[in-house]
Write a protein that binds this ligand. Structure first.
Ligand code: SF4
Length: 356
């Protein structure tokens, strides 16, 4: 076992960072004495506070999409004193590899991505014809070339329930009742967002049963959350844009159940082992499924799906418009009632029934 440090260049998307936790666990299990430092943008770096495998964090405070060559190289040079023997570069972009290269890390493992010859000197390739899940692509970086994939260690964020309770109190959320958390946003685009009226019907249904319902998300999710509040006639408290990412993690940890689009918070909720119905529209649940056996994916499986479009190229968004609240409620009820290990995470048209 080595007592060296390794640098990890982490993803810029919340969901990808949660899935990267599988790789962090694998690396730590294989070399417990090695310290893992994580470099990532402010949008995802806070999650490291809930991943005990990470020893130190380094903020990459450069706006999304900017090359900022000089800043990236300067940041890397500042890390030289840490004498990294190894860097793992999870994103595929050219710019993401620059700090790792400038840090002088001896072995820099990543995919070729944007022709990163030289920047990455341990280039990995996905097996020909393989359709790997995102989490599997990350895990391969932690293996030696040709080594078969091990069983995937599920991402498991550590929540802070006390912080969650304080946050709920701040927003006047009654925690004596069952709590349904809705995650109605999806940074990717409208083709991954279940319509507000469907969320609203579900919110009203559970509210009328005595549940508390709240919507979580970032500032860009405020509009749809407001619409849910209006359409549900006040059944859903809107917390979007009013919590930090870590507060959202801690509130999700207190939820009795979650309904989410295919989004970063979906992966957060799965990592917290919450009963969840995850609604998929234009994306593919086989590619980025929630990695937990209490999460059920719900999709209509139309002929045109998955199209991976940000907005519906056919203009009707039937994959989500026709996916009724009743269908999602049915999935949610199954996963709430089923013994834990019996709900398949890759179920599509219907949740798998509990084993007899
Ligand atoms: S083309 Fe089909 S899968 Fe793609 S967004 Fe439109 S309805 Fe959904």
């Amino acid at each position: 076992m080595s007592a060296t440090r390794a640098l990890i260049v982490g993803p810029a998307w919340v969901g990808d960072m949660v899935m990267a936790h599988s790789l962090f666990q694998l690396l730590k299990a294989r070399d417990p004495d090695r310290a893992l430092d994580l470099i990532a943008p402010p949008a995802t770096l806070p999650l490291a506070a809930r991943m005990p495998e990470i020893a130190d964090t380094i903020a990459l405070a450069i706006p999304h999409g900017r090359l900022a060559l000089r800043e990236r190289l300067q940041l890397g040079r500042r890390l030289r004193e840490r004498h990294y023997a190894q860097a793992y570069i999870l994103p595929r972009s050219y710019k993401s590899a620059l700090p790792a290269w400038a840090s002088g890390a001896t072995r820099r493992t990543g995919y070729l991505g944007e022709a990163r010859y030289g920047l990455v000197n341990d280039i990995r390739r996905e097996p020909a014809g393989s359709k790997l899940k995102t989490v599997e692509r990350f895990l391969l970086l932690g293996l030696e070339p040709g080594e078969p994939l091990p069983e995937i260690p599920a991402p498991r964020l550590r929540a802070d329930p006390e912080a969650g309770r304080r946050c709920a109190e701040r927003f006047g959320i009654d925690l004596t009742a069952p709590l349904l958390a809705l995650c109605p946003g999806a940074e990717y685009g409208p083709a991954k967002r279940w319509p507000a009226r469907h969320f609203a019907r579900l919110a009203r249904t559970y509210h009328d049963r005595g549940w508390r319902v709240l919507a979580l998300g970032g500032p860009r999710d405020q509009e749809i959350a407001r619409a849910i509040g209006t359409l549900s006639e006040g059944a859903c408290a809107n917390l979007t844009g009013q919590t930090t990412l870590l507060e959202a993690v801690d509130l999700l940890a207190l939820a009795t159940a979650v309904v989410s689009n295919d989004s970063g918070l979906m992966h957060v909720a799965a990592s917290l082992h919450k009963p969840m119905a995850a609604v998929f529209g234009s994306s593919d649940p086989r590619h980025t499924p929630p990695l937990d056996d209490r999460a059920v994916t719900v999709t209509l499986g139309l002929e045109c799906s998955p199209c991976f479009a940000r907005t519906c190229p056919l203009g009707h968004l039937r994959c989500l418009e026709d996916l009724t609240p009743e269908r999602v409620e049915e999935a949610l009820e199954v996963t709430m009632e089923a013994p834990r290990a019996t709900v398949r995470i890759d179920s599509q048209r219907r949740p798998s029934p509990p084993s007899p």
